[in-house]
Ligand binder design. Sequence first.
Ligand code: HEM
Length: 373
Amino acid sequence: MDMQLHRDKWQIHVKHFYEYITTRLLHEKTVRIAGINQVDITRDIGNLAHVHFAANMFSLPLKTAETPKGVFTEHELWMAAAVIFASVFHDFEPTKSHPLRKVARKLAQALGGLIEMNVKTVIGTSFASKLIDSYRESDNPLAAYGIHMIRALTETGMSAHELAFSQILPTAAAMIPIQGQVFTQLLDFYLGPGDQHLPDIQKWAALDTAEADDKLLHYVQEGIRLNSTFGMYRHANVEHTFEEYGRQIHVKPGDNVFCSFVDAARDASVFPNPDVVDLDRPMDSYLHYGMGPHTCLGKGMSQIALTAMLRVVGKLPGLRRAPGPQGELKKLPRPGGFYVYMREAQDSVFPFPTTMKVHFDGSVPEMPTTAKE
Ligand code: HEM
C-alpha cells in the first residue's frame, strides 16, 4: 500500500511542493548548448528551491517576472539569508567581521520588517487582513501552514515584532542556506566518491512508491552523513582530557565546546563499515539533525524536501558533472573537517556552496500535476 495514505497532509504538501519547484526551476534555469543540457544545480536549483519554499510559507515578496513589484529576487533572498546566517555562525574572519555584521543587520532589518508586515496581516483583525487571509488559505497550502504557525505563536503573547524577528526570521534565514548546503553536499557525494550508487538512485527516482521514498530518504541520510559538515556547541558537564590536532585539550565543566559531527558520523561503533553507503542503517542513528531537547525542529520537513529534490534530479537522464572546474565543488578545508567554498569567479570564499554545474541528456521531466505554488 502506498505510504502516502499513511502520511499527514503537511508531509504530502511539502513533498509535492518540492517536486514542483525543483522541476519548475530545472525548466527555467537549464540551458541547452550543442545538444547538451547544462544547469547550475547549486546556484539555481539546490539553493533556490528553499527560497521559494520559505517565500511561500512566510509570504515573502519575491521579485519574479510574474511579480515585478516584489522586493527581493530569488538569488537576492538566498544571499540575504546566507549573510544573516553567516553573521551568526560563520563570523570567524576578524578582518571581515565588521562589514559582515553591518550588511547582515541591514538585510535582517529589511527582511524582518517584511515578515513583521505579514505577521500583522495574519493576526490583524481588519477587514483587509481578513480578506488577504482568506485568499491565501484557499490558494496556497504552504501559506496556510505559515498562517497557522503565526497564530499558534501569538498565543505565547509575543508581539508581531518579536515574532517576526525572534522566531520567523531566524528560522527562514537558517533553513534557506542549510537546506541548500546539504543538498549540494549530498549530490556532490553521489556525483563523486559515491557515484556507483547513482544508477540505483535513478532507478528509485523513476518510481513514486513508498519503497522508493524510503530508499531515496536513506540515500539522502547517507549522503549527508558521509559528506556534510555539521556540528554544534554544547556545555561540558564533566572534566575530560583528549588529544586533537596534536594538542592536548582539557575540558572543564561549564566550558562551551564545539562538537563536530564530521568524525562522529564515521564512528564505526555506531555506523559499522562507516565509509560505505548502507541503506539499512537505523534512521535514529543519524546525528546531523542534532539530538535531545534541541533536536532540529525542521527535521521531518527537511527529510521530505531533500528526498523530493533527489527524486526529481535523479530523473535527469545521464546526470553528470559539467566537464572541468565548473562541474567541481571547489572548496578549501577548515579545521574539524569543515570547508569554505570558492565563489563562481574563484576570487573569494563563502561559507555555503554557490556553484556546481551539471550536464544531462534528454529533457527535464514534465511538470508534476500534483502541486502548484
Ligand atoms: C526545513 C529546514 C529546517 C528547519 C525549519 C530547521 C529548524 C530548526 C530549528 C527551529 C532548530 C532549533 C531547535 C531548538 O533549539 O529547539 C533547529 C536545530 C537544529 N537543526 Fe535544523 N532546521 C532545518 C534544517 C536542518 C538541516 C538540513 C540540518 C542538518 C542536516 C539541521 C540541523 C540542525 C541541528 C544540528 C540543530 C540543533 C542545534 C543545537 O542543538 O545547537 N537543520 N533546526
